[in-house]
Ligand binder design. Structure first.
Ligand code: ADP
Length: 320
């Protein structure tokens, strides 16, 4: 049993990180434990930016995007010396275990810290990309997908008015989940993801044929890892002679008030993580599988690569 834990957010921020932190802090306090908030990810441990939290410190944040704790990318923590220093800093504050909210990089760092120094760690997948192995869901992915849908709805209106091809580049350097989900729900004709090969010449020919048959407009959603939206747009414009417009959504996808799904799931995961670490559990990541909260081995989560569900890929093609 642990009496004092720390919580931090690390890597890319995502909507719902605040709801997660709130749930971790309030659950730990409810259980009678001490909880420290660590600012700016792993860098905050090294810089001593750690503060004992009370209930009110996490008030009025459930509805906010971003992370009030702040997040950072920390190169020092990537070295064994940096992690040893981090461990000493945590020990000095009496922090016996950590809840880490972040993407696969952050969880990898957490895994190393625990492996090298034996400190209990529970991870929570906080990333809009939904690319953490072992969980169907990551905190923030639902809000980001909804932000993209909002953009697609608007782009469809103007594309239809002008009979244009619209190419929308969305986030997802290694994982096409956001592109796939927003593409399916936005009715995209083509969804280009890093996990699957595609032939732009073939796509351009198909678009030309579709226009000949009276198609009013075409929507192509491109995950950034599959290629640059601008390059895809230029290729299609040159090969079809059809007016083509490119939008790159960028960091808008990271922000915004979290959706109901992100708030509720973040709260569930935060509670589970706090209870788990206080009971002495370590090296697990909590996520969702088929609607239920599940514990995933931390090492497995960071060493395996998540695959896109082929069922969704198939559905996207059938409905396009
Ligand atoms: P994300 O968690 O969103 O994937 P990053 O990959 O940038 O974001 O990771 C965030 C931070 O986690 C890094 O700045 C670093 O401090 C730590 N980290 C990432 N990968 C590792 C690693 N392989 N070893 C140790 N620490 C890591």
């Amino acid at each position: 049993m642990l009496n004092c834990i720390g919580v931090l957010t690390s890597g890319g921020d995502s909507p719902g990180m605040n709801a997660t932190t709130r749930a971790v802090v309030r659950t730990a306090l409810f259980e009678g434990a001490e909880v420290w908030g660590i600012h700016n990810g792993y860098r905050g441990i090294l810089d001593g930016e750690m503060f004992k939290m009370e209930r009110k410190d996490v008030g009025d944040i459930i509805q906010r995007g971003g992370t009030f704790l702040g997040t950072a990318r920390c190169h020092r923590f990537m070295t064994p010396e940096g992690r040893a220093e981090a461990y000493e800093k945590l020990k000095a504050k009496g922090i016996e275990g950590l809840v880490i909210i972040g993407g696969d990089g952050s969880l990898r760092g957490a895994s190393l810290l625990s492996e090298e120094h034996g400190i209990p760690i529970v991870g929570l997948p906080g990333t809009i990309d939904n690319d953490v192995w072992g969980t169907d869901y990551t905190i923030g992915s639902d809000t980001a997908a909804n932000t993209i849908i909002d953009a697609i709805n608007k782009l469809r209106d103007t594309a239809s008015a002008h009979r244009r091809v619209v190419v929308l580049e969305v986030m997802g350097r290694h994982c096409g989940w956001l592109a796939l989900m927003s593409g399916i729900s936005g009715g995209a004709e083509y969804i280009l993801v890093p996990e699957e090969d595609f032939d732009l010449e073939e796509i351009s020919n198909e678009i030309k044929e579709a226009y000949k048959k009276g198609k009013r407009y075409i929507l192509v959603v491109v995950a950034e890892g599959a290629g640059s939206g601008i390059e895809v747009g230029n290729f299609i414009a040159e090969h079809t002679d059809i007016e083509t417009r490119v939008s790159v959504l960028g960091h808008i996808q990271r922000g915004g008030t979290p959706s109901v799904i992100d708030r509720v799931k973040a709260s569930q995961l935060g509670e589970k993580a706090a209870l788990a670490i206080l009971s002495g559990l370590s090296n697990v990541v909590f996520g969702f599988h088929r609607g239920n909260v599940v514990a995933i081995d931390l090492h497995d989560a960071v060493t395996n690569k998540k695959k896109l569900d082929p069922e969704y890929m198939r559905l996207a093609k059938v409905l396009a």
